[in-house]
Write a protein that binds this ligand. Structure first.
Ligand code: MN
Length: 247
């Protein structure tokens, strides 16, 4: 082995070691599931699969606790995937992508609409959270938030209002509609990608306000859960969603 290839292989093993180390952090939980991006999930056709969390389930503590994350992902999200797989058998969307099913949600059975929404919403939600989240948005997204809502704090107030005001189960969203930022909320597992949504567009931030998302730690205090959510929002991920949506 010459010096150049020695250096190359040393570097390669150092990199491999680093990735193994960061991967093994969440291995005990996440190794059961395939690693998939949101884009891969959107384009997948049945049988759909439950993607691994992009981080370990304890890493969002104390804002969102480990047990809630494990149950929310491993049982609730898994149930949406399993039930969607059962519901599409023998239907016109048996070989349709998740995104195509959502776009025509109004034509689907309640089982397909709810479980397709549940699968997409949760995959999206895991991807806009991060153990390194929190802080404030920057760049073009920060400018758009200030221009639309007056300030970041005012935006958070409006978003929290949509999240607390959603009666029963549902989601709060920040979406891009005709290149403009809009706040909305949807019931059950609906989302702004669906033809049936009151406000349609590209979601860039979402918050699950079903009780299963917060009840273990916050009980009936939805407002406390919403306040803690801001500590784990990945503004990097939301900015990327924004840039793709306004392209
Ligand atoms: Mn949920």
């Amino acid at each position: 082995m010459n010096r150049k290839s020695f250096l190359k292989s040393t570097l390669a093993s150092a990199l491999a070691l680093t990735s193994i180390k960061s991967w093994s952090f969440g291995r005990s939980y996440n190794s059961k599931f395939p690693v998939m991006s949101l884009e891969q999930t959107m384009l997948e056709v049945a049988p759909f699969s439950l993607p691994a969390l992009p981080y370990s389930p304890e890493s969002l503590e104390p804002s969102i606790d480990k047990t809630t994350m494990e149950i929310h992902h491993g049982r609730h999200h898994k149930a949406y995937v399993d039930n969607l797989n059962k519901a599409v058998v023998g239907t016109a969307v048996e070989k349709a992508s998740l995104l195509d099913i959502l776009k025509e949600a109004g034509k689907q059975s309640p089982a397909i609409r709810n479980n397709a929404g549940g699968h997409w919403n949760h995959t999206f939600f895991w991807n806009i959270l991060s153990p390194k989240g929190g802080g404030v948005p920057t760049g073009a997204l920060a400018d758009a938030i200030t221009a639309t809502f007056g300030s970041f704090d005012k935006f958070k107030e409006e978003f929290a209002k949509a999240a607390t005001g959603r009666f029963g189960s549902g989601w709060a969203w920040l979406l891009v509609q005709d290149k403009k930022l809009v706040i909305s909320s949807t019931p059950n597992q609906d989302n702004p990608l669906m033809d049936v949504a009151e406000k349609k567009g590209e979601p860039i931030l979402g918050l699950d306000v079903w009780e299963h998302a917060y009840y273990l730690k916050y009980q009936n205090k939805r407002a406390d859960y919403i306040a803690a959510f801001w500590n784990v929002v990945s503004w990097d991920a939301v900015s990327k969603n924004f840039e793709n949506a306004v392209k």
